[in-house]
Design a protein around this ligand. Structure first.
Ligand SMILES: Nc1ncnc2c1ncn2[C@@H]1O[C@H](COP(=O)(O)OP(=O)(O)OP(=O)(O)O)[C@@H](O)[C@H]1O
Ligand SMILES: [Mg+2]
Length: 319
């Protein structure tokens, strides 16, 4: 998956405000990439753009999205339906509202296979049960005959994962897929996601506001803020040497063993809404190192050693 210069506009009267503003990134085959960011920074809009599922009034205003050799922006809705749920799949946050209450679990997990043309009933059933076991759903045969209300929240989320995975997609997008669950259930689902990535080789774009979870699970991460990517790279590189003040702030705000006994740091100020997003670097008003230039234009990326890039004028200045 290759995203370049992606901007997403939200219509407000006659103008478009940018919820995602000129971002780019890649997800290689087999990679698990995290998008990290606070509420409202454009993570879901990015995911929905890739999936071709933006709601009315919101659209991709610029950029290219290439997936497996295809230009996704150039596809018709019909062509998109051919790959969504098949090569490209997703799980969202609400396990309650994403399942149909009147259909059995088995029937719902089988749906993508049927939609994408599989006809052999026995094969479909075998694949459904296989995927259910793969995701650690107990007694798959019995469970397949049950209805969503009979399941716990954690089980429902696994059913959604099974549904997303049953066609063995190349890329899975998980948008805050575990946020609504309690911690131990969350840990179990995250463990399953990692196994999907490792055992089945599925690439995963993992969206979360939880830096700790991203650092444990992902190979690479993008740090987003107010519609922009501010820093990206391998989790190792970014953790070893965070360069953006925002990334540093985020890292200081989570409990870490090495910092035991020291107070947690919070970043003063708040994320600007899209209406009041400043010119230049959106983080500048909260940044202790901001210069006049930062409020004028957004910097080009600076490549650091290893797979690591930062978008910060201060850093560029020293090169
Ligand atoms: N349907 C919509 N109508 C109007 N504005 C929207 C809509 N969806 C998103 N936005 C705006 O676009 C911006 C980005 O939203 P997005 O949902 O992508 O954020 P997010 O990073 O996924 O946040 P969260 O962590 O809360 O899920 C926000 O400022 C939001 O207010
Ligand atoms: Mg979101």
């Amino acid at each position: 998956m290759q995203v370049q210069h992606l901007s997403v506009g939200i219509r407000q009267g006659r103008r478009y405000l940018l919820g995602v503003d000129d971002i780019g990134f890649q997800v290689q085959a087999g990679e698990m990439v995290g998008i990290l960011g606070e509420s409202g920074c454009g993570k879901t809009l990015t995911a929905l753009s890739i999936l071709g599922l933006l709601p009315p009034g919101i659209q991709v205003t610029r950029g290219t999205i290439r997936f497996d050799g295809l230009d996704l922006r150039g596809l018709s809705e019909r062509e998109f339906c051919g790959i969504r749920g098949q090569a490209l799949s997703m799980v969202f946050q609400e396990p309650m509202s994403s399942l149909n209450p009147v259909l059995t679990i088995g029937r719902q997990i089988a749906e993508p296979l049927r939609l994408h043309g599989r006809k052999n009933k026995g094969l479909i059933e075998a694949q459904v049960l296989d995927m259910m076991s793969e995701l650690g759903l107990p007694e798959p045969v019995k469970l397949a005959a049950a209805y969503p209300h009979q399941l716990s929240g954690g089980m429902r989320q696994r059913v959604l994962l099974a549904l997303a995975m049953v066609c063995k997609p190349k890329l899975l997008i998980a948008d805050e897929a575990t946020t609504a669950l309690d911690l131990s259930t969350q840990a179990q689902i995250l463990h399953r996601l990692k196994r999907i990535n490792q055992d089945l080789g599925t690439s995963i774009l993992f969206i979360s506001h939880d830096l700790g979870v991203i650092s444990r699970l992902c190979d690479r991460l993008l740090v987003m803020y107010a519609g922009k990517v501010l820093e990206e790279g391998t989790v190792e590189a970014v953790f070893a040497d965070p360069r953006h003040e925002y990334t540093k702030g985020l890292m200081g705000s989570i409990p870490q063993q090495e910092r035991k006994g020291k107070p947690l740091i919070s970043i003063p100020g708040k994320v600007p809404s899209i209406e009041e997003k400043p010119q230049g670097c959106p983080f500048a008003p909260r940044c202790s190192r901001a210069m006049a230039q930062c409020r004028v234009r957004f910097p080009n990326p600076l490549s650091l050693s290893g797979d690591h890039q930062v978008y910060c004028m201060r850093e560029t200045e020293y090169v």
